[in-house]
Design a protein around this ligand. Sequence first.
Ligand SMILES: NC(=O)c1ccc[n+]([C@@H]2O[C@H](COP(=O)([O-])OP(=O)(O)OC[C@H]3O[C@@H](n4cnc5c(N)ncnc54)[C@H](OP(=O)(O)O)[C@@H]3O)[C@@H](O)[C@H]2O)c1
Length: 234
Amino acid sequence: MAKGSAIIVGVSGGIGRALAQQLGQAGDRVVHGLSRTPAAPMEGVTHGYLDLEDETSMAGAAARIAEGPAPSLIVVATGVLHSGQTPERSWRELTAEHLMRDFRINAVGPALAARHLLPLMPRDQRAVFAALSARVGSIGDNRLGGWHSYRASKAALNMILKTLSVELARTHPQAVVAGLHPGTVDTALSAPFQRGVKPDKLFSPAFRLLAVIEGLTPADSGGVFAWDGAQIPA
Ligand SMILES: NC(=O)c1ccc[n+]([C@@H]2O[C@H](COP(=O)([O-])OP(=O)(O)OC[C@H]3O[C@@H](n4cnc5c(N)ncnc54)[C@H](OP(=O)(O)O)[C@@H]3O)[C@@H](O)[C@H]2O)c1
């Protein structure tokens, strides 16, 4: 069966770029890379503009992609952890500005990207909508505390993904909606926090995520999955 196209949102980032590169090199489908900041050219990847804080840019990207093959894979690989704001170590550091910024980029942005991109997905074949989440967004797994804004925005993202999965299952029985935890990956986002990470636990951006996506079935829809394929508690 034809693979259609793939959309990677956030190709200017470490993980988004690695995913687009892998898909582009495979050469078996059209790959649309979208980002706010222009990304360096990649073999087999077209580039388009998308700002998560500008819905018009999302509608424009969706309209252009709709002219070609339907996407069987959409990955939102954007996110923010520290730029301009250090993750909180205590509730004493909570600010509305920090909370709102993380919610805007990590939860609202992917939700609106889904609103504009999900209508492109085929109803009659397997298709995956995945967004990069994080283990720290798991309420059940929260033993360390801290990072209030990032954690809460990822927990909100996980709920958005679950809710999308319930609705999408009614019209797209073969579709999968999932959150992905990539492990600690060597990118700008994790750079300030890599000190205590063992070298064999600091992954390259290309590590395993496509294999995890490949293994997901409609029964998994709504869940969050780690780099090793294991489901993370809500
Ligand atoms: N790296 C890790 O260890 C790790 C661990 C757990 C989870 N994650 C998750 O994985 C995802 C990707 O992280 P990464 O490590 O690849 O980070 P990264 O290299 O810092 O990339 C972040 C990406 O998000 C984009 N972005 C931020 N604000 C945006 C906006 N308003 N509109 C459009 N794009 C925007 C950036 O675009 P610009 O270039 O335009 O700023 C960039 O493409 C994030 O959701 C992160 O939470 C990463």
